[in-house]
Ligand binder design. Structure first.
Ligand SMILES: Nc1ncnc2c1ncn2[C@@H]1O[C@H](COP(=O)(O)OP(=O)(O)OP(=O)(O)O)[C@@H](O)[C@H]1O
Length: 275
């Protein structure tokens, strides 16, 4: 399967906690083209994991729509979602052990992960081949307890790509790894992206990881706060015409500041009205 595109429109998610509600996402419009590799950045609690869960169909949004390929994930019936996650969307949760059967070998983990896709009639690569793709061929039959933290994370990548999904979602795949292991995991994800055209979205807090990604999207307070392209930072106009100010402009333009927006030739100027 080649890559799947993502489209979200007006995505809102509210958690209903016991005594209060939390608005985790407040209107996210995100487009990711098939075959892109995108990093999701943002401070803790900004809504990154919530967005990943909505993309994977693990959560249903309070409002708005999520499309993955031709499927409206936000409206899909539970059986369709099960099938999507078995065959088309690979989800890697934060923490390698949450993705692995700890008493099975990497080979058995991949075999087990492939079962739902096989039952759905998919022709799949041999587990040894999947492990070789992430550089773990030699560890196929070793107990997981013998693997390094980086090796475990690579095994989790192998499990997530075991049915050759068109979309791979990874929540902090490189956190708590040393630089060498981090680079290996990143290289494995980039390899999958490049070789199979798999669309990859990964959450990261690591500026070194963000720097090497072709595109980053920063989530701030449940909204898209900006984008990075090859290290260059941009603000993004939302579908309803709002423009979140980048961090450096927020200091000089505090809430409530009146600004004039002037067109000057082919660009725009924002001029604050000084009292
Ligand atoms: N199950 C839940 N019930 C109530 N509130 C929640 C729940 N899960 C997340 N939240 C809240 O929603 C907001 C967004 O959380 P989310 O985990 O999506 O952020 P994040 O950017 O992934 O954070 P981190 O980088 O720390 O993982 C936070 O205010 C969080 O406290």
């Amino acid at each position: 399967m080649s890559g799947l595109e993502i489209r979200t429109r007006g995505l809102v998610h509210i958690y209903h906690a016991e005594d209060h509600d939390v608005a985790a996402l407040s209107g996210v419009d995100l487009d990711v083209a098939a075959g892109e590799m995108v990093g999701l950045l943002g401070p803790s609690g900004s809504g990154k994991s919530t967005l990943m869960s909505l993309l994977a169909g693990v959560l249903r949004p309070s409002a708005g729509k999520v499309f993955v390929g031709d499927t409206e994930v936000s409206a899909a019936a539970p059986r369709r979602l099960d099938r999507l996650r078995a065959t088309e969307i690979g989800l890697m949760l934060q923490g390698a052990d949450r993705n692995l059967l700890t008493h099975a070998t990497p080979g058995d983990n991949v075999r087990f992960a492939q079962q739902p896709a096989r039952r759905a009639g998919r022709m799949l690569a041999d587990p040894a081949e999947v492990l070789a793709e992430v550089g773990l061929a030699a560890a196929a039959d070793r107990p997981l307890s013998e693997l390094t933290p980086g090796g475990l994370q690579l095994a989790a990548v192998a499990v997530a790509i075991s049915s050759r999904p068109g979309l791979l979602l990874c929540d902090e795949p490189t956190s708590q790894l040393d630089h060498e292991a981090r680079d290996q995991v990143l290289a494995a994800l980039a390899h999958v992206n490049r070789t199979h055209g798999t669309t990859v979205v990964l959450v990261t807090h690591d500026p070194d990881v963000a720097r090497v990604l072709p595109r980053t999207v920063t989530i701030r307070d449940g909204r898209i706060g900006g984008e990075g392209r090859s290290g260059e930072e941009y603000a993004v106009v939302t579908a309803d015409g709002f423009l979140p100010l980048p961090g450096h402009a927020r200091e000089g333009l505090p809430p409530g500041t009146l600004v004039r927006v002037h067109q000057v030739g082919d660009h725009y100027e924002i001029r604050p009205e000084r009292p």
